[in-house]
Write a protein that binds this ligand. Structure first.
Ligand code: NAD
Length: 289
């Protein structure tokens, strides 16, 4: 079984590491990572330096907030680029710009290191249950090597195409999720103002054509006023900005996405960036005339 280095042990990274350990992989993490002690107790090896981590493994996985962090981990002054060796595989599972994913692929190819962009969907719940959807860009050879690793963390694993294809797919996912949250939020705000029982409305709509995981899970969150993340508004705003920049690059008008991104900007301006993305409803409630 391959040894895996894992960088970025946050809301998603921690349960992903725990599932890799459960599946029998040896996992190496960085000492400076806030949750290294927690995963160490579950069996992860703790490395004092990036060099030690990269030397100990065949595969390096990153699960970081955004493109700048992934670029810093690779190309920064203490970046892993200096220590990666031919034959190793780098898998970025964060949600970042498809253009940056393609740049990483090209730079690592110069070292004969394969790169995969493998962003995920399914949230913290999917990460904990090892049921993530994983959308992968990169070579078929690298995908075949990584598949048993993905299977320890996810269920619906698809090799979409060449480098960047995974991140394009993820941007599309975030557009659909964001616009659906906006739809559910507007509908719930209208129903509440009109005196309709939200519990009953959610129940009946879940049996019809408006059924969705967003209506189910986020609808319940809105009813409960439970905006503890989950998936933070500031991360979803980041993803919509990635989608908008990609739309611009391909000259596709994404006006619905732009509108939701604008609502997320307002949520962040209200100080709600750390709340779950279902809290978008608060912006709509505040804006009602
Ligand atoms: P998070 O903020 O909880 O975790 C990010 C981790 O990266 C933190 O532990 C942070 O300390 C670490 N980090 C940041 N910079 C670093 C660096 N330079 N070196 C080493 N570690 C560094 O975020 P998250 O919710 O786990 O999300 C991670 C990625 O997964 C994001 O791209 C996000 O968009 C994506 N994602 C999140 C969810 C979700 O529901 N939370 C769902 C799907 C995808």
């Amino acid at each position: 079984m391959k040894n895996i280095g894992f960088i970025g042990i946050g809301i998603m990274g921690k349960p992903m590491v725990l599932n890799l350990l459960k599946a029998g992989f040896s996992v190496f993490v960085l000492e400076k990572s806030g949750r290294s002690q927690e995963v160490h107790e579950a069996g992860a090896h703790v490395c004092s330096s990036v060099k030690q981590l990269v030397e100990s493994v065949e595969i390096v996985i990153s699960m970081l907030p955004d493109s700048p962090e992934v670029e810093a981990v690779l190309f920064g002054s203490e970046g892993i680029m200096q220590d990666l060796k031919a034959g190793q595989v780098f898998i970025d599972m964060s949600t970042i710009s498809p253009l940056v994913a393609q740049k990483i692929h090209a730079e690592l190819a110069k070292l004969n290191v394969e790169a995969l962009d493998a962003p995920v969907s399914g949230g913290q719940v999917g990460a904990e249950a090892a049921t993530l959807s994983i959308m992968v860009g990169g070579s078929a050879n690298a995908f075949a090597q990584a598949l048993p690793i993905f299977q320890a963390m996810g269920k619906n694993i698809v090799h979409i195409g060449e480098a960047g294809a995974g991140q394009i797919t993820k941007a599309c996912n975030q557009m659909i999720v964001g616009m659906t949250i906006q739809a559910v939020s507007e509908a719930f705000t209208l129903a509440h103002e009109a005196g309709v029982d939200l519990v009953k409305m959610r129940e009946v709509l879940l049996g019809g054509f408006a059924q969705s995981r967003i209506l189910d899970l986020h609808g319940q969150r809105i009813i409960d006023r439970n905006f503890k993340p989950g998936f933070k508004i500031k991360l979803h705003q980041k993803d919509l900005n990635i989608a908008l920049a990609t739309g611009k690059a391909f000259q596709v008008d994404l006006s619905g996405t732009a509108q939701v991104a604008d609502q997320m900007n307002k949520a962040i301006a209200m100080g709600n960036g750390e709340l779950d993305h279902s809290s978008l409803v608060v912006v709509i409630e505040k804006e009602k005339k």
